[in-house]
Design a protein around this ligand. Structure first.
Ligand SMILES: [Zn+2]
Length: 350
């Protein structure tokens, strides 16, 4: 799947034809479809029929092997925790059973791939190694991979994906051709979301920090039911009745039945509030929001009731409590404290 905003990178690469680099590092903010892009590229390289910058044909023998997840020259390296993400979702109730899955990419995984690369391509063409998130490699794994990147086996394409390339060993970065992905312009993202049938696209895009894919997923999720209320609450109601809002938000965290997931989680609420306050500071300083572009009026009204220093102080306090948001001892008290602090930012002592 190549999303519209990734098509320049696609044409750019495929124009290289046989001069495709042996290692590509796909970087950019999460939620842009980098992994889908890498998978489409892997399929394109293995496909027997596709020409020029076409995508994989989908029906040649290689494509059929890919579709059934059985292509011997398509190697995926990712942390164990991601391997089983799908299965775990089915067994969400059985928490705490068995050993915790590793969130790192370990040297044994890299070695297993290197061994397979030593054997030669089964289909006589390219081999593709898809590795993500690249920053999950521990130091040993990264050093082991480095050897393959320095002396790449013939007709092998390494595709590394990273949302946080700064966390990679510089030697890994320098051995790869870096391919950057940027968020699409807001109008483009909104048009795309509208075409996907997302009705509240403006707020959804804001809450997802500009990522169109996350905004689409949010729109189809349980969280969509509360996004509008959240913005209304922080615009007005939280200032007058923080405890009432804390009670409502706590309700969002609880499932309807015991053991059932709620509409959202605490970390998400804190992140949303953080983005909102960052925009408030921007409105005060520049008159222009960056994220909540559809809520300029509400932000301006709030801005009149406080000042930059006060809101920045509140923002910094929020950063400090963010770490606690994952496991607050008492969700209700945590939210009450959070929202009372928030309300106080607008009680002009001037
Ligand atoms: Zn094909």
């Amino acid at each position: 799947m190549i999303y519209d905003w990734c098509s320049p990178q696609w044409s750019q690469l495929l124009a290289l034809g046989e001069r495709l680099p042996h290692a590509l590092l796909l970087v950019g903010p999460e939620g842009l479809g980098k992994r889908e892009f890498a998978e489409a590229l892997a399929a394109r390289v293995l496909c027997h029929e596709a020409r020029a910058d076409q995508q994989a044909c989908g029906h040649c023998p290689a494509c059929l092997l890919i579709a059934s997840d059985n292509h011997p020259d398509w190697l995926v390296v990712r942390p164990e925790a991601l391997e089983d993400a799908a299965e775990d979702a089915d067994e969400a109730g059985d928490e705490g059973e068995g050993k915790a899955k590793s969130t790192q990419i370990r040297i044994a995984q890299i070695r297993a791939v290197t061994e397979r690369l030593g054997v030669g391509a089964h289909q006589g063409g390219y081999r593709v190694v898809l590795l993500y998130p690249a920053e999950a490699m521990n130091v040993d794994a990264a050093n082991s991979l480095l050897k393959s990147l320095e002396e790449p086996p013939p007709r092998t394409l390494f595709l590394l994906i990273s949302d946080h390339p700064r966390n990679l060993l510089p030697t890994i970065r320098s051995r790869c051709r870096v391919l950057s992905f940027q968020q699409p312009a807001r109008d483009e993202a909104l048009a795309w979301l509208k075409a996907q049938g997302v009705s509240d696209a403006v707020d959804a895009l804001a809450l997802c920090a500009g990522s169109p894919l996350r905004a689409r997923d949010l729109a189809g999720s349980k969280e969509a039911q509360i996004q509008g209320q959240f913005v209304d609450d922080v615009s007005r109601r939280a200032l007058e009745a923080p405890l009432e809002v804390a009670a409502r938000w706590e309700g969002w965290l609880r499932g309807r039945k015991k053991g059932e997931a709620g509409l959202t989680d605490m970390a998400t609420l804190v992140t949303w509030l953080q983005r909102w306050m960052a925009d408030l500071v921007l409105i005060m300083q520049t008159g222009q929001a960056r994220v909540f572009l559809g809520r300029g009026e509400q932000l301006k009204k709030l801005a009149e009731r406080s000042d930059v220093a006060t809101v920045l102080r509140g923002y910094n306090e929020l950063l400090k409590v963010r770490a606690l948001a994952h496991h607050p001892l008492n969700a209700r008290l945590f939210l009450e404290d959070l929202l009372m602090r928030y309300a106080r930012l607008f009680q002009a002592s001037r």
